[in-house]
Design a protein around this ligand. Sequence first.
Ligand code: FBP
Length: 553
Amino acid sequence: MKSITPLQKARYEYQPKLPTALQQDIKHIIAVRGSATESFADQQEIKQLFTHTYGQPIVSFEAGVSAMNFEAIKVGVILSGGQAPGGHNVIAGLFDGIKRANAGSKLYGFLGGPSGLLEANYIEITSDLMDEYRNTGGFDMIQSGRTKLESTEQFDRVLENAKLLQLNALVVIGGDDSNTNGAVLAEYFKSKNSPIQVIGCPKTIDGDLKNQFIETSFGFDTAAKTYAELIGNIARDASSARKYWHFIKLMGRSASHIALECALQTHPNVCLISEEVETKKMTLASVVEEIAQSVMKRAEKGWNFGVVLIPEGLIEFIPEIKQLIAELNDLVSEKSSEFSIITDIDEKIHWIKNHLEAESTAVYASLPKEIQLQLILDRDPHGNVQVSLIETDKLLASMVSSYLEKAHREGLYKGKFSPLGHFFGYEGRCAFPSNFDADYCYSLGYTSFLLIANGLTGYISSLRELQRPASEWIAGGIPLTMMMNMEKRHGERKPVIRKALVDLNGKPFQHFVRIRERWAVENDYAYPGAIQYYGPTEVCDQGTLTLSLEKNR
Ligand code: FBP
């Protein structure tokens, strides 16, 4: 017997809010098509690569009388990449949409992400199964995976398996890479004269799948609020005990959206933003100095405690480390047979030092041994360094400590420095979705059904005006090709959905810049507390500060 907590039981019964246009009987929702669209950049190249799906119009759903018959359909769904709160609700919205239109329709969940598609490993999502996962966190209903779909052979296998199941459509719930895969798959199916439609949904706690039409990816809201609660608790502990400096690394593979949002919610003494570090070409030494300056100024007031937020991807944005990582990537892949037979750790490090360019050798040699090792660990399937495994919090704490020792010797610092490291990442990815994410995800799923019902393919489900109450959101679909540009990946130019990093001219970052100097020296911490699911709307239903600042025109 599964144990069910009181909150879980209550969440099963929560009815997610839909935009007014989607609250109508399904026969009273119509798709309104705009004019032809262009890709975000590199239009000619992308047009040539997506001859069947390029240029499709933006679609929005409005109240009206639909002429559609709603035959029974079969739809497949996958969850792809890292977990993000609300994934189950996307499936719930899709499930309710297809069943409401025709009770004979079926939804299949492919297990373990894209590999489930390749191996035809699936289950039928029944009403009973769905009800066990409504408004819950995690991806455990059908699990997830990071297999990259890129070869023609893989596309053929997916097509074959989809045909065997007689699928009408496939919904890919994922981040920028997975939705790029979705766009390629939609194009491929069309080029093979297959009517199977492909629809994407924007998922990632990192918040970097966003643009004018995708205002936020789902999961960002809940994950950032979960971390902000913990950071607020730690800040309060720090100012109660008054003896520790807390170095908190926060998830977000590349972009620093989570760190910025958590800073806006909690007012730490220092929050590093990777995009700023890269733009200002800050060295590791200058990053260390920025933190140490806050420590020293606070020590003068007798405050030997504080909170530092570090985005997980920081290390790759520090120019000299970025160069080092690029050289390491090439080296380890070009000489993989030579490198992989070395088993002794010290020999591995020695081999690396002997093969890097002089400048990178010096940088590599200056890092603590644990970090040297972490930098040569296995890459993920996309060839990325696994930044979640690199202990940047400990690296910075130890470098700040050395800086302060020197300052102490020079008579510039008389405080005490006791750092503690933390990493908040996996803790936030499977939390019960906030009301915002529960509503947003359900609406995304419902909208993806409407895109399928209207015969569309190569679209991503979109909800706009998210700063308003859910009833006022605008539901629709954006052609995936519209969000693409060409980028160099593993030495080749590829069409990809552009990752949205923190915009240094954007309102959230500018707002942070205006107040961070005060936070660096004062005790101005804010304590957001736990996510609330029941109570006044201003406590329970608000989105992130990032979203509200971005949409505050
Ligand atoms: P997605 O981009 O797939 O949503 O995953 C994001 C993320 O949660 C990052 O924040 C983190 O660096 C990474 O996944 C960790 O990956 P893994 O789950 O494979 O350890």
